[in-house]
Write a protein that binds this ligand. Structure first.
Ligand code: FAD
Length: 317
C-alpha cells in the first residue's frame, strides 16, 4: 500500500479514499481507492503506462459532467485529468484533453474564429467532448465536435498515437474512445475566420437559452440519446414537425408523453423543467437514478416501442 502510494506520487497529487461525488455534476459517486490528479501530459502517459503495466484498474475523470458513478466508489486509480493547455495556430485550435470545452469556445471567440459557438455552455473537458462527440443545436449555431476535428493525440496501449478524424470513428455521441481503452491526450480542430463581436453575441445568446431551459438541480445533462427517426415504427404524423425535419426524436418528448415528468425515486427525479434530465434533488444514489431511468425506458418502450439508450456513462459497481 505504502509502496503504491510512493509510486503514484511520481505522477501527480495523490489521495486515498477520495470521495468522487464532488467531482461529478450529478454529485453522486463513492470514493476512489486512489485519486491521482495529473497536470502534465508526459506524466499522464507515464501513469497510464505504469497502471496498465501493473494490472491496476484505472478510470479517467474529465469534468465529470457525463457520468453516473457507483456509490461504492471505484477500485484502483482514478486519474483526474487536469492537463490544461490550449493555443491558436492561425485558424486552428489545439488543446490538451483536460482543457475546459467552454474555455476553448472563449479562445476561439477571442481569436476571431467561428464554428465552435454551439459548444458554449457545455460543461466538461476537451477529452470528454472528443470521446462523446459532443454536440448541440440552436437556431443560431449547431454542430458536433467531429465536424471540426483535424486530429486527436491518444494513448494507446503504451504508445502515443496521432489519429485522423476518420480513425476516431465518430458517430452521434459516439467515437472509438467509447469502445476501447484509448485515452485522449489532445485534439486539434479547424475553424474559420469570423468576427469576435458576432461569435460573442451568439455564445451569449446560447448560454442564456441554456439557462432558461436546463434543469437547475445537479444532473449529468441529457440522460438519454435522442432517437433516430428510423426507429419510429408508428405514423410519423404523430410526431411534431421539427423531429421529422431533424430526423431525430427528442428523448425528453418521449419521456414527457409517457407521463414521467417529475417521476421520482428517492432523491432522483425526472426534471420538471426538462424531461430528459434526471436530477439529484439531494442525497440521490446511483440506484435511485437507475430506477428512474429504467422506468423511463420501460414506459417509453411500452407506449411507443422505442428503446431509449443512455447518453450518460453509467459506471456500475
Ligand atoms: C448541464 C449539462 C448540459 C450538457 N449539455 C450537453 C450538450 O449540449 N451536448 C453534449 O454533447 N453534452 C452535454 N452534456 C454532457 C457533457 O457535458 C459532455 O458529454 C462532456 O463532453 C463530457 O465531458 P467531461 O470531461 O465532463 O467527461 P466526464 O464526465 O469526466 O467523462 C465521461 C466519460 O469520458 C471518459 N473520458 C473523460 N476524459 C477522457 C479522455 N481524455 N480520454 C478518454 N476518455 C475520457 C470518462 O472515463 C467517462 O467514461 C451536458 C452535461 C450537463 C451536466
Amino acid at each position: 500500500m505504502l509502496g503504491l502510494l510512493k509510486e503514484l506520487k511520481n505522477f501527480g497529487r495523490v489521495r486515498a479514499n477520495a470521495p468522487l461525488a464532488k467531482y461529478t455534476t450529478f454529485k453522486i459517486g463513492g470514493p476512489a481507492e486512489w485519486l491521482v490528479e495529473v497536470s502534465d501530459n508526459d506524466q499522464l502517459v507515464a501513469l497510464l503506462n505504469f497502471v496498465s503495466g501493473e494490472g491496476i484498474p484505472y478510470f479517467i475523470l474529465g469534468g465529470g459532467s457525463n457520468l453516473l458513478l457507483p456509490d461504492e466508489g471505484l477500485p484502483g486509480v482514478v486519474v483526474r485529468n487536469l492537463v490544461s493547455a490550449a493555443r491558436a495556430e492561425g485558424d486552428k485550435l489545439a488543446a490538451s484533453a483536460g482543457y475546459s470545452l467552454g474555455d476553448w469556445v472563449n479562445l476561439s471567440v477571442a481569436h476571431s474564429l467561428t464554428g465552435l459557438e454551439w459548444a458554449a455552455g457545455i460543461p466538461g473537458t476537451v477529452g470528454g467532448a472528443v470521446r462523446g462527440n459532443a454536440g448541440a443545436r440552436y437556431a443560431t449555431a449547431q454542430g458536433e465536435l467531429k465536424d471540426f476535428i483535424i486530429s486527436v493525440t491518444a494513448w494507446r496501449d503504451g504508445e502515443v498515437v496521432e489519429l485522423t478524424a476518420a480513425e476516431c470513428e465518430f458517430g452521434y455521441r459516439d467515437s472509438i474512445f467509447k469502445h476501447g481503452p484509448d485515452v485522449v491526450l489532445a485534439a486539434r480542430i479547424q475553424l474559420a475566420p469570423g468576427r469576435t463581436a458576432d461569435s460573442l453575441a451568439i455564445t451569449q445568446q446560447i448560454i442564456a437559452e441554456r439557462r432558461a431551459k436546463q434543469a437547475r438541480a445537479p444532473s449529468a445533462g441529457s440522460f438519454f440519446k435522442n432517437v433516430f427517426l428510423t426507429e419510429w415504427k408508428r405514423d410519423p404524423a404523430e410526431l411534431p414537425e421539427r423531429f421529422r425535419q431533424y430526423q431525430k426524436i427528442a428523448a425528453g418528448w418521449l419521456i414527457e408523453q409517457a407521463g414521467l415528468k417529475s417521476y421520482r425515486v428517492g432523491g432522483a427525479q425526472v426534471s420538471s423543467e426538462h424531461a430528459n434530465f434526471i436530477v439529484n434533488l439531494g442525497g440521490a444514489t446511483q440506484t435511485d437514478v437507475l430506477a428512474v431511468a429504467e422506468e423511463a425506458q420501460r414506459r417509453v418502450y411500452d407506449k411507443f416501442g422505442v428503446a431509449l439508450e443512455p447518453e450518460v456513462m453509467v459506471v456500475r459497481p
